[in-house]
Design a protein around this ligand. Structure first.
Ligand code: PLP
Length: 417
């Protein structure tokens, strides 16, 4: 027995001991206090639990409430009837019904790009990033893969497979100076970053475009948080502001958040049609795992139609109004920003209790606290949506203030500030 080998992990890119050690304490405490592991039926924007408790979810990423839009639900059902199959399980590169082609054509027109669909953004990034690392999606040169420190976990998970094809480094958040250094040092660089961060904030797309222009740098954006919620026809932050939309900019964006359907869109510009085949065949799960099913496609087609109408502007407008309403009542670091995510600061000791209080009053907000975030940065994550009512937002903010949140300055009462 004793001469059998023990494995010593390198942990160059991941560490489950650390991840689970830190994460499980957080989850166990959340669940023990009833602010995780919640089950309820959803109707008319309100959850009802088995014990009769009602609540409105203030931490859901469906910013325009398209996930419950009657046309989106009907679209899902209609597509199943129209295509007569949920998921015909064979690689689409061999045999496919027109279901994905119809979607990709529609989304291609909507976003003005070559669109390749996939079952999820996680699957798409898992497949695309190693293809970029090997130079096959790009100009043939293996780029240094620079992952932003805050890149979404679905991106960071691709580090080990990218490292087998190229070199991988992690840089500080939006560290443009470091990126320029790397651009001077390496033949080619690919920067991997979120277009819109999950705690608010946007990528510096203009400054990155300067580096793309000067050094031919590739940028892989995950713009999942801003699709639909931001921009004309909901094209998202990156495609609204990035000055460079050609082979050097690759974007993935989930269709399950603001878009309200399911699946993901890979957005490519300036690539030949042959690239579509390369991606379909060799981008990991896109070649060997399931595709978006017909229900998700039907929902996405219906959502795309809504994106083409004034209704989208109205929904975006309502979202903006709700964000402004929230900011007029509560002070957060994100106040005044256009994105729909707010972190209401609380202390590590009180945040779970605050979440419980808020939940008892009929609102779900998700607590984040040490050890999953640094000590002193705990808070309740709140996401505004188009469908929340003024009354709901006012009541939520009143409860949050009772639970220790800082009211907006204007509410401090009369007198000079
Ligand atoms: C939510 C999210 C994802 C996951 O998207 P799926 O399509 O569900 O895989 C990926 N990236 C970012 C930045 C996200 O916010």
């Amino acid at each position: 027995m004793s001469d059998r080998k023990t494995i010593t992990p390198t942990h160059r890119y991941r560490n489950n001991d650390k991840l689970i050690g830190i994460g499980n304490a957080f989850w166990n405490m959340s669940e023990a206090n009833g602010v995780a592991g919640i089950v309820g039926d959803l109707a008319d924007g309100v959850f009802t639990m088995a014990d009769g408790h009602h609540f409105v979810n203030f931490t859901v990423c469906s910013y325009l409430d398209l996930d419950t839009h009657p046309k989106v639900i009907d679209g899902a059902i209609a597509a199943l009837r129209r295509f007569n199959v949920l998921d015909h399980c064979i690689p689409r590169t061999r045999v496919q019904t027109p279901v994905l082609l119809e979607l990709e054509e529609s989304l291609g027109e909507l976003f003005g790009a070559m669109v390749i669909s996939a079952v999820s953004t996680a699957a798409a990034s898992t497949g695309l990033l190693p293809l970029i690392a090997s130079g096959h999606l790009g100009n043939g040169t293996r780029p240094l893969m620079v992952f932003d420190k805050n890149a979404h976990v679905s991106l960071a998970n691709a580090k080990p497979s990218c490292a087998d094809e190229s070199e991988v480094v992690t840089c500080k958040h939006h560290d443009l100076d470091y990126l320029e250094d790397m651009c001077r040092t390496y033949e080619r660089v690919c920067y991997v970053v979120d277009g819109a961060d999950s705690l608010g904030g946007y990528a510096p797309v203009k400054e990155l475009a300067d580096l793309q222009d000067k050094y031919n740098m590739l940028v892989f954006y995950d713009d999942s948080h801003s699709l639909s919620a931001y921009g004309q026809r909901g094209i998202g932050y990156v495609r609204t502001h990035a000055p460079i939309l050609d082979q050097r900019t690759i974007t993935v964006a989930t269709l399950s958040k603001g878009f309200g359907a399911g699946g993901t869109a890979v957005l490519l510009d300036g690539y030949p049609q042959a690239t579509r085949r390369l991606v379909e065949r060799f981008a990991g799960p896109l070649g060997y795992s399931q595709k978006m099913n017909a229900a998700a496609v039907g929902a996405a087609l219906a959502s795309a139609e809504i994106h083409r109408t004034e209704e989208l502007d109205q929904l975006q407008g309502r979202l903006r109004t709700n964000i402004a309403m929230f900011d007029s009542l509560l002070d957060t670091e994100q106040s005044g920003e256009s994105y729909p995510i707010r972190l209401v600061p609380m202390s590590d000791d009180t945040v779970v209790n605050a979440a419980q209080q808020v939940f008892a009053a009929g609102f779900y907000t998700s607590p984040v606290f040490f050890p999953i975030v640094a000590r002193g940065t705990a808070g309740l994550r709140v996401m505004l949506r188009a469908g929340q009512t003024e009354e709901q937002i006012r009541r939520l903010c009143a409860v949050l203030v009772q639970a220790g949140a800082r009211p907006a300055a204007a509410l401090d009462g009369p007198g000079p500030r």
